[in-house]
Design a protein. Structure first.
Length: 475
């Protein structure tokens, strides 16, 4: 099958979160299964710098009156995966991130920037013959590509199908209704049976309504988003489309995330040869200025620093963690309020280290060097860091929601336990889970069994890719 995988970020070119990891790993896994997949993303400066064999192959004119739009054919930096970069210097070649300016504010023209991405993808249904490749199926991801199935519907009438994946329903791509003419869509699309959402245009709603099939990134989250708890106002539409909604757990690229050959960590290790795990812990304590105590249970977190991720729950349970003799390492960026509170608590305790940054290599060292990994998210569509933690022998402490519920087995699993799970996002239950985790940590036979179970779980992309492949064929 000829599949065009369209995303706003792709690892290792550009990454701000889990979407980038998925976009970097799922297409190669599908290629291994014999499918003809090409990846499309905006031509950000970082992508242009890293991509190989770049060649402009298609001129798309100036559809948004923002300057020329073209398509660059290229290769991924470390593989033969084919890449299509949507190039528009006025839209993408600027300092800052893919979605935000350097000061953290959203780009004011995001509605145009990501309409252009969807427009370029849909254009291949009509002009693919120019580059000798026409997609049979489009795979769009999150609100940034939500207009793709609308463009296919209103401008091309192409029989190619469109699959739309929700990575996080809370980011809706909501803009004033007046932008509709700017993005070249007819007013007939502005209705409840279309992309209208609370008196505005929602790119997410467009994807949910116009795509042929919807997926999301775990089975439990697929159920949760059909309820007010996680539906974010879309639960009615998703209930109506439940027969066209599938939950598929994300996979892990074990070429990147594997303690047996990870270049970022202090020592390599694997089941049966775990000596390097302690070396990683000591090195992490040294790096972050924590007391070098091999017996102190070391908890880690790598996350966006928001209430959704349960930062307030962690702050509320710090007295419990300290009473248990624990240490805590947190890496991430987010809301100023939570960043400052965490920095203040770290300044007041020698057993807490907080790094306000995004550092890929340090995230590897934290996941390898910690004893337990904390993910008390209020909701979590899939989560990837708990999957990394399992592979690295760092049992996760998680709230039973979304992908966390699908991938971490708590005490109820008996001898198959892989982590520690609490049922409600309240400090008392997180504190109880911390006590349970430390108690297990202090009983080595039980602990070694939990660690080994997690390391042996297989969340490789091969399994998830086969599920996607079957779904593609059904479309």
């Amino acid at each position: 099958m000829k599949i065009l995988f369209v995303a706003s970020e792709v690892y290792p070119l550009v990454k701000t979160g889990g979407l980038g990891d998925v976009a970097g790993a799922l297409p190669p896994a599908l290629m291994e299964l014999g499918e003809d997949v090409r990846i499309m993303m905006p031509a950000y400066p970082q992508a242009l710098d890293a991509a190989r064999n770049k060649k402009t192959v298609l001129d798309l004119g100036d559809p948004f009156s923002t300057g020329p739009l073209s398509l660059i054919s290229a290769r991924m930096p470390s593989s033969e995966a084919e890449l299509l970069l949507v190039d528009s210097p006025s839209l993408y070649r600027r300092d800052g991130g893919p979605y935000q300016q350097e000061n953290g504010d959203e780009w004011l023209d995001n509605h145009i920037r990501f309409a252009a991405l969807s427009h370029a993808a849909a254009a291949l249904s009509a002009y693919g013959s120019v580059i000798g490749w026409t997609p049979e199926l489009f795979h769009a991801n999150d609100w940034q590509t939500g207009l793709l199935p609308a463009y296919l519907r209103f401008h091309h009438g192409n029989p190619a199908k469109c699959l739309y994946t929700i990575h996080n329903l809370n980011y809706t791509g909501r803009f004033p209704a007046e932008i509709l003419p700017q993005v070249n869509l007819p007013w007939e699309a502005y209705s409840p049976d279309g992309l209208e959402f609370h008196d505005a245009v929602s790119y997410m709603k467009s994807g949910l309504y116009y795509a042929d099939h919807i997926t999301t990134v775990s089975r439990t989250y697929a159920q949760e988003i059909q309820t007010p708890f996680a539906g974010n106002g879309f639960e009615g539409l998703l209930l109506d489309r439940s027969s066209s909604l599938t939950g598929i757990v994300n996979g892990v690229d074990y070429q990147v995330w594997n303690p047996a050959h990870d270049p970022h960590i202090a020592a390599k290790y694997q089941p049966g040869r775990m000596g390097g795990k302690q070396a990683c812990k000591t090195a992490l304590q040294q790096e972050l200025g924590l007391p070098e105590d091999p017996k102190a249970p070391l908890f880690g977190m790598v996350s966006r620093l928001t209430e959704q991720k349960g930062i307030d729950l962690i702050l509320d349970t710090l007295p419990t963690l300290e009473r248990l003799g624990g240490q805590l390492v947190i890496l991430g960026t987010g809301e100023d309020y939570w960043e400052q509170l965490l920095l203040d608590r770290a300044a007041a305790s020698p057993n807490i280290a907080v790094k306000i940054a995004y550092q890929e290599s340090l995230s590897h060292r934290i996941i390898a060097g910690c004893d337990m990994f904390m993910m008390p998210s209020r909701f979590e569509p899939c989560g990837l860091t708990q999957l990394y933690a399992l592979k690295y022998g760092t049992p996760p402490v998680v709230h039973r929601t979304g992908g966390l519920a699908d991938t971490v087995r708590g005490a109820g699993a008996g001898p198959d336990q892989t982590g520690f799970v609490f049922d409600d996002a309240v400090p008392e239950l997180l504190a109880a889970a911390l006590e349970e985790a430390v108690d297990a940590f202090n009983h080595r036979n039980k602990w070694d069994n939990i660690v080994t179970n997690g390391m042996q779980d297989d969340y490789s992309w091969e399994n998830s890719a086969k599920t996607y492949q079957t779904l593609y064929r059904s479309l």
